[in-house]
Design a binder for this molecule. Structure first.
Ligand code: UDP
Ligand code: 7WV
Length: 456
């Protein structure tokens, strides 16, 4: 096959769910495929493409419609209505896109898709294409949802300890929020459990994790599915450095205050800064925001805190002014660069899966304050399995109090436990890099995927 003078081995459509934490891994996986000679077209929704800043060297993209071209989910009457219309209009427009590409001499061989959108597999199969789901959450979390799907894990939870194959005993509060707080987001509950609705038709089940990180659960799930680990999907320059231009994800919903952050970090002593960020979604109660602000102040450390514009009003009055000697508050930052900066010694995070993998790949210890979705499970593993952070305990109202936040930060920055955690963090950084480097577990899996694609 030939395209603009370049010979390529196969053509993959890579369909992302429209959220920052889902687009990033799809983008990076696409770059790994491209590096191995596959042509890739990234597919995002029209609504999210309006809000994204396209940086240099990103993968070419096309859009489909979720039926809400102006505002996406924010425009919909409910999450349920959004997902239903996305299924209908998305199926239609994805079909049209595949037809268009075929007619323009660039036929598609394979659809890689986020299993939040399982209907994409049905479309791929209608065209006789290879279908590969790519889970953008941890294998442990996928395994929990699989057990709910199978009806093996019965809800509401009635036990105080839950035993699943490949997993340590979990308390209800270590489960994803949609499970322990059953009924909180019924449409998202259906979506995450529905990821398995047509898994039997998938040619590949790819997971954004690496074997060494989740050995037991990967071994267990690989007995049931054609499962391969392909992560962590972090830009290559932060890991194996084999993809020269891959310094950033390439599509960003918010504009990072890069210069301000890097200038502020430069010159600060090694490991002295607490970096605080809760990702692209978290919408804290005012009270929780205040407790975190106070905890930070009480820790007496320098901090860089990402407070999205929509969250700004929740900061205590005059907080930014009163802490300006010690802290910098920005609306968005280049998180990978910040985590890689030697001044950063601790990451206070919601434990979104990307943030967790990024911290792990940079060797930065975490204080986890999970908010919803899979974050509490990621926080549990961070503390008790990977031992590279602390999961901040909550009070009866479900809030992390200021003394607790302060204590966790101090434990990591100055405590004895912190030393152990730092040592483990560095161990994970090494293993993450090895996994994606030449001959590593994830690299081999991607090689195998591409080789089979070419010969199918
Ligand atoms: N991120 C960023 N700048 C920030 C905060 C986050 O670039 O100030 C990126 C981060 O590197 C990660 C993504 O946004 O890749 C967030 O994904 P995650 O799964 O951690 O959380 P979500 O936003 O989905 O809750
Ligand atoms: C966006 C929308 C819904 C969910 C997520 C992101 C996530 O947690 O990954 Br459930």
């Amino acid at each position: 096959m030939e395209m603009e003078g370049n010979v390529y081995r196969a053509h993959c459509l890579v369909l992302a769910y429209p959220a920052q934490g889902h687009i990033n891994p799809m983008m990076e996986f696409s770059k790994r495929l491209e590096h191995k000679g596959v042509k890739v077209t990234l597919v995002i929704t029209k609504s999210i493409s309006h809000t994204m800043d396209k940086e240099a060297n990103s993968i070419p993209f096309e859009t489909i419609s979720d039926g809400y071209d102006e505002g996406g989910v924010a425009e919909a009457e409910s999450i349920h209505a959004y997902l239903e219309r996305f299924r209908r209009v998305g199926s239609q427009t994805l079909t049209e896109l595949i037809e268009k590409l075929s007619n323009s001499g660039c036929p598609v061989d394979c659809v890689v898709y986020d299993p939040f959108l399982p209907w994409a597999l049905d479309i791929a199969k209608k065209f006789g294409l290879v279908g590969a789901m790519l889970f953008t959450q941890s294998c442990a979390v996928d395994n929990i949802y699989y057990h709910v799907y199978k009806g093996v894990l019965k809800l509401p939870l009635s036990e105080t300890e839950i035993f699943l194959p490949g997993s340590p005993p979990l308390r209800p509060q270590d489960m994803p929020s949609f499970i322990y707080d059953l009924g909180s987001y019924p449409a998202y509950f259906d979506m995450v459990v529905g990821q398995f609705s047509n898994v039997d038709k998938a040619d590949w089940v790819l997971v954004n994790t690496f074997y060494e990180l989740e050995e037991e659960v990967v071994d267990w799930m690989a007995k049931i599915f054609p499962l391969r680990t392909i992560g962590p999907t972090i830009p290559s320059m932060f890991l194996d450095k084999r993809l020269e231009d891959d310094k950033d994800y390439g599509l960003s919903i918010f504009k990072p205050e890069t210069d301000a952050c890097m200038k502020w970090l430069n010159g600060r002593p090694r490991g002295s800064v607490v970096y605080v960020s809760f990702g692209s979604f978290v919408d804290f109660q005012v009270e929780q925001m205040e407790e975190i602000a106070w905890g930070l102040r009480m820790s007496n450390r320098c901090f860089l805190w990402v407070v999205r514009t929509s969250e700004e009003a929740k900061l205590p009055k005059n907080f930014v002014e009163e802490t300006s000697e010690k802290g910098l508050v920005v609306s968005w930052c280049p998180q990978l660069k910040v985590l890689a900066h030697e001044a950063v010694g601790c990451f206070v995070t919601h434990c979104g899966w990307n943030s967790t993998l990024e911290a792990l790949s940079s060797g930065v210890p975490m204080v986890a304050i999970p908010y919803w979705s899979d974050q509490s499970t990621n926080a549990k593993y961070t503390m008790d399995v990977w031992k590279m952070g602390l999961k901040a305990p909550v009070d009866e109202k479900g809030l992390v109090r200021r003394e607790i936040a302060e204590h966790c930060i101090r434990e990591i920055m100055e405590g004895e436990r912190g030393e152990e955690i730092k040592k483990n963090a560095l161990k994970w950084r090494k293993l993450a890099k090895e996994a994606v480097d030449e001959g590593g577990s994830s690299d081999k899996n991607i090689e195998e995927f591409v080789a089979k694609l070419v010969h199918s």
